[in-house]
Design a protein around this ligand. Structure first.
Ligand code: NAD
Length: 378
């Protein structure tokens, strides 16, 4: 079984899908791994590092693909990549099947079996494969650093001979994986942190990190589903949250928003009025930019200035921490691959409770109901 790794080509992408330590494990499991020359440079890994781990380095991506039984990638590859692979081959990566299902038609038409890391179920058995959590952790960390870097003041409380410097105030909206990591990082830097989430369960986690949890009376409505994820709220409930946020925003130096509802547009948590109420020099970092944003004024991957308030919506922060983001991702995909490798051969068991639900296309069919529905197929 040949596993291939290409250079990631999307703009700003510095991660690599497999790092040398994972390749050692795959080679020990009797798979062979080929890596396109230079694929690891963004993550500070040279061709020699990959060779020493047991991989073959290939200069020509076409030759690499023609030979591949499995292509492991970070972002969804270009149409031509799907078209260059042999029928029945496997592609594994962040394929955005729910956001852009039509972009997977070339894989479907070429008879490829595609597995999407976004669809890996968040069950205990699949925790080691939870790439969404890994990347959210990196993004939350980096968002707090960006906030600290962009405000014209310091984060910690300092008592100096020249007087006292008060700590920065950070407000985190959405206390899931990314939000909690942003809180922890901002706290380590010495900021005073407050956080809001619609899931009551998030309150305990927020408090355990030394931050204040903002409570809103949402009228006792259900805010989470059986799986522990937030559900789409009524306009009235959203408005109550927005009113509280607008009030708290007035004293915040940094606001980091991470609120998402799986499979839906991100909820709007801050409108223009809320931003207009903020202090000059304060910063908003909207981590929901890829799904429409939590802040009406934010523009994906652009920096917006509104009366001295900076609004940023970076859509790929994990790529700005490429070594650790690649290391975590590589371990996640390797754990998934271990379900597909038996005695060095490819063995796909669609009845497996992780493999089956993660599959998008197989033998020319859409395998996931939500993706098929998004494609308009009953
Ligand atoms: P996510 O990225 O889907 O959402 C981020 C946060 O936004 C969530 O905490 C959500 O409650 C919040 N949110 C949604 N709408 C909101 C609104 N209108 N106002 C304020 N906040 C809003 O979530 P995530 O970070 O991927 O994970 C969320 C939950 O899943 C957490 O409980 C987490 O512990 C759990 N989880 C479980 C596993 C596992 O069991 N393997 C793995 C990862 C996460």
């Amino acid at each position: 079984m040949n596993i291939a790794v290409l250079n990631e080509t999307s703009s700003g992408e510095a991660r690599v899908a497999l790092m040398p330590d994972s390749i050692q494990k795959l080679v020990a499991a009797k798979a062979s791994v080929s890596v396109e020359s230079g694929a690891g440079l963004g993550a500070a890994r040279t061709d020699d590092d990959f060779t020493n781990a047991g991989a073959a380095i290939v200069k020509d991506p076409k030759a690499l693909l023609a030979d591949a039984d499995v292509l492991v990638c970070v972002s969804r590859p270009a149409d031509e990549v799907f078209q260059s692979m042999k029928k029945g081959a496997v592609v594994l990566g962040f394929l955005r099947p729910l956001d852009e299902p039509a972009r997977l038609v070339p894989a479907l038409e070429n008879g490829l079996t595609t597995f999407s890391m976004e669809l890996v179920p968040r069950i205990t058995r699949a925790q080691a494969m939870d790439a969404l959590s890994s990347m959210a952790t990196v993004a939350g960390y980096k968002a707090a650093l960006m906030g600290a870097d962009h405000i014209p003041r310091m984060f910690p409380l300092l008592m100096t001979a020249a007087g006292t410097v008060p700590p920065a105030r950070v407000l985190v909206l959405g206390a899931g994986v990314a939000g909690l990591q942003a809180i922890a990082t901002a706290r380590r830097l010495g900021a005073v942190v407050e956080a809001y989430d619609v899931r009551a369960a998030a309150g305990e986690q927020v408090r355990s990190l030394g931050a204040k949890f903002l409570e809103v009376d949402l009228g006792g409505i259900q805010t989470e589903d059986k799986g522990g994820y937030a559900v789409e709220l009524s306009e009235e409930a959203l408005k109550r949250g927005r009113d509280l946020i607008a009030e708290q925003a007035k004293s915040a130096d940094v606001i980091i928003t991470t609120a998402q509802v799986p499979g839906r547009r991100a909820p709007v948590l801050m409108d223009e009025t809320a931003v207009n109420g903020m202090k000059r020099g304060s910063v908003v970092i909207d981590l929901a930019g890829a799904t429409g944003g939590n802040v009406t004024l934010s523009k994906a991957d652009e920096i917006v200035d509104r009366n001295g308030v900076t609004i940023m919506a970076p859509t790929n922060l994990p790529a700005t921490v490429p070594v650790h983001a690649s290391q975590l991702y590589s371990r996640n995909v390797t754990a998934f691959l271990s379900l597909l490798i038996k005695e060095g051969d490819l063995h796909i068991d669609m009845n497996d409770d992780v493999v089956g639900p993660s599959c998008v296309t197989h033998e020319g069919k859409w395998m996931n109901q939500r993706v098929a529905a998004a494609m308009g197929i009953a």
